[in-house]
Each structure stands twice: as structure tokens, then as C-alpha cells.
Design a protein around this ligand. Structure first.
Ligand SMILES: Nc1nc2c(ncn2[C@@H]2O[C@H](COP(=O)(O)OP(=O)(O)OP(=O)(O)O)[C@@H](O)[C@H]2O)c(=O)[nH]1
Length: 224
């Protein structure tokens, strides 16, 4: 289907953020969905849920269902339900907190166990990159963890916003086998990107209308 025919695809992607409490999962989710940052720590009880629609390319609109899972849910009875059906899992740790990095091994294996029938795409996210001077996890350790498990890898700061939008765009594009241009900006806007492979991984609904311009809808609900 060519762009000249004016066809666009709509796709829904479920992204789940897991990792220790205070690593910054809520902050990353809120930076991405609302472009906001809260200095105060409000522990997530259960799960928070955000929706954001992005124009991934001229032909693809993607609604991202961002599931922010509370750090205390590891070992809890609900975690398997929160993770169920995940397309992408972000393993989030705090680069100033070694324990939060080491505990990702447990998070990883737990998610793998619960997603035995359909392995999601994993990405490692070292958050709080604005606190580089307090770094407790060497970048090489981070890279090795990601490489050994064949996952994507990012450093980000929910506080400054560095790389946050970018990482959501990239993991989504990777899932859909779309190569974004090198200059794909962190802003959500129309991209004149060539689509390398147009078939999505799961069926998408073609819509006969011109692509929308930068339409973003965000909603939040809190389940406990
Ligand atoms: N400096 C800095 N602080 C951050 C960053 N991201 C989050 N924080 C702070 O870290 C604390 C914890 O952030 P949250 O986003 O609530 O962490 P969480 O992983 O959702 O925690 P749980 O709800 O317990 O799972 C808050 O005080 C945030 O303001 C960041 O990128 N840089």
C-alpha cells in the first residue's frame, strides 16, 4: 500500500514498565504521556495505566498502552495479570542504585516465566542519567546485560526528558520492523520516513484517510 493512496494503519501496542521501586517507572511514563515530571515520590500501588497515540511514520499511527507496574509487585499475586499480553517490556533501573540494576535479573526471569507462550520485546532502561556524577552502575555492565539477553538498551532521564520519547518511538518501531530515519526527533510529529517493511507483526486496520497531524490523547486510570 503506497502513501499516495493515503492509507494509514492504526496499531495498539502494550508496553509494560517493570523494575524496583523508585527506579523511575512512573516518572518515565508521565514524561512520555504528559511531558511532566514530579520531584516527589508517590509509590505506585498495583499498576497505573496511560494511553498515548503517536504518529510513528506517515502511514502508521500507534496507540501505546503504557502499563506502569509498581515496584512492590515482584513476587505478588497480580504481576502475571499486569504483564499478560505485553508486546514490549521495559526493564527500568536507577543508574545511581546498584541494587536496582542487580534485581533486574529477578524481574527479567519473572516476566519470561509469565510470558512463556509469547516472549515480548525487551529493552533495558538506565534511568536518572541526569545524575551521572552519582552513577553506581558502569555503562559496560549495562551494555553486557542487554547484549547477553539480546535486548535493546537505553539511558534516559525522566527529569530532563532526555531520550524518553526517543526510546518509546524506537522500541515501538523495532517491534513493528520499521526503521526510523536517523534524524527522527524526540518530538511527536509527522515523519517522512521510508517504511522498510510495511507488514506489521500483528494485523493492523487500514484506514482510508490522510494521516493525522500530531494527535495525542492521554488518559490515566489507577487499578489496585
Ligand atoms: N534526578 C532524577 N530523579 C528521578 C528521575 N526519575 C524519577 N526520579 C525521582 O525518583 C523518585 C521515584 O520515581 P518514581 O517514578 O515514582 O519511581 P517508580 O519506579 O515508579 O517507583 P514505584 O512506584 O515504587 O515502583 C521520585 O522522587 C522521582 O522524582 C530522573 O530521571 N532523575
Amino acid at each position: 500500500m503506497s502513501d499516495s493512496e493515503g492509507e494509514t494503519y492504526e496499531k495498539q501496542v502494550k508496553i509494560v514498565l517493570v523494575g524496583d521501586g523508585s527506579s523511575g517507572k512512573t516518572s518515565i511514563s508521565e514524561r512520555f504521556s504528559k511531558d511532566a515530571f514530579n520531584r516527589d515520590y508517590n509509590q505506585t500501588l498495583g499498576i497505573d495505566y496511560y494511553l498515548k497515540r503517536i504518529n510513528l511514520t506517515k502511514s502508521y499511527n500507534v496507540t501505546l498502552a503504557v502499563n506502569d507496574v509498581g515496584g512492590q509487585t515482584l513476587g505478588g499475586a497480580m504481576l502475571d495479570k499486569y504483564i499478560f499480553g505485553a508486546d514490549i517490556v521495559l526493564l527500568v533501573y536507577d543508574i545511581t542504585n546498584l541494587q536496582s540494576f542487580e534485581n533486574l535479573e529477578d524481574w527479567y526471569h519473572t516476566v519470561i516465566k509469565y510470558c512463556a507462550s509469547r516472549k515480548p520485546l525487551f529493552a533495558l532502561v538506565g534511568n536518572k542519567s541526569d545524575l551521572e556524577h552519582l552513577r553506581a552502575v558502569k555503562a559496560e555492565k549495562h551494555q553486557r546485560f542487554a547484549k547477553d539477553r539480546d535486548m535493546l538498551s537505553y539511558f534516559a532521564s525522566a527529569k530532563t526528558g532526555e531520550s524518553v520519547e526517543n526510546l518509546f518511538r524506537q522500541v515501538t518501531a523495532h517491534l513493528m520492523h520499521i526503521v526510523l530515519p536517523k534524524n527522527d526527533s524526540e518530538a511527536t510529529r509527522i515523519i517522512t520516513a521510508p517504511i522498510v517493511r510495511q507488514e506489521p507483526t500483528t494485523p493492523a486496520i487500514p484506514i482510508k484517510s490522510p494521516p493525522t497531524t500530531n494527535t495525542t490523547r492521554t488518559s490515566i486510570c489507577n487499578l489496585q
